[in-house]
Write a protein of this length. Structure first.
Length: 127
């Protein structure tokens, strides 16, 4: 069965994959910086940030290596739900609500883009 994903869809998936690699590498290499950007006390959550970074790297690799993006994008949406839970916990610990709000807004924006793209791919697959 031939894929219904367009070149535009593949390009968008590739962009999401590259973004995932960047986010994942940042979370793995500099979890202290990430927690500082979020206004979290030093040493709180670096392990969780690294785990989320590894998950993000895996999403990126998946999107870049597979020809069809649908499954990879769906797994990103599931990851976005996990990010939302982690952000909810972090919100109770932040010392800088403005900085935290900026980071949370960016994460939620990416999550919304993932959901809309997943919906688009699902519609195409069922057409």
């Amino acid at each position: 069965m031939r894929s219904r994903e367009s070149m535009m869809d593949r390009t968008a998936a590739r962009g999401l994959g590259l973004m995932s690699l960047g986010i994942g590498m940042t979370e793995l290499a500099a979890p202290d910086k990430v927690q500082n950007w979020m206004g979290l006390p030093r040493g709180t959550g670096t392990g969780v940030i690294r785990i989320l970074g590894m998950r993000e790297l895996m999403h990126g690799i998946d999107l870049l290596l597979h020809r069809q993006a649908r499954t990879g994008v769906r797994s990103r949406v599931a990851g976005d739900l996990l990010d939302s839970v982690a952000l909810g916990v972090a919100a109770t610990r932040t010392r800088d609500m403005k900085a935290f709000g900026l980071i949370a807004g960016l994460v939620m924006g990416i999550g919304l883009a993932d959901m809309l793209f997943a919906k688009r791919l699902n519609r195409k697959a069922s057409a």
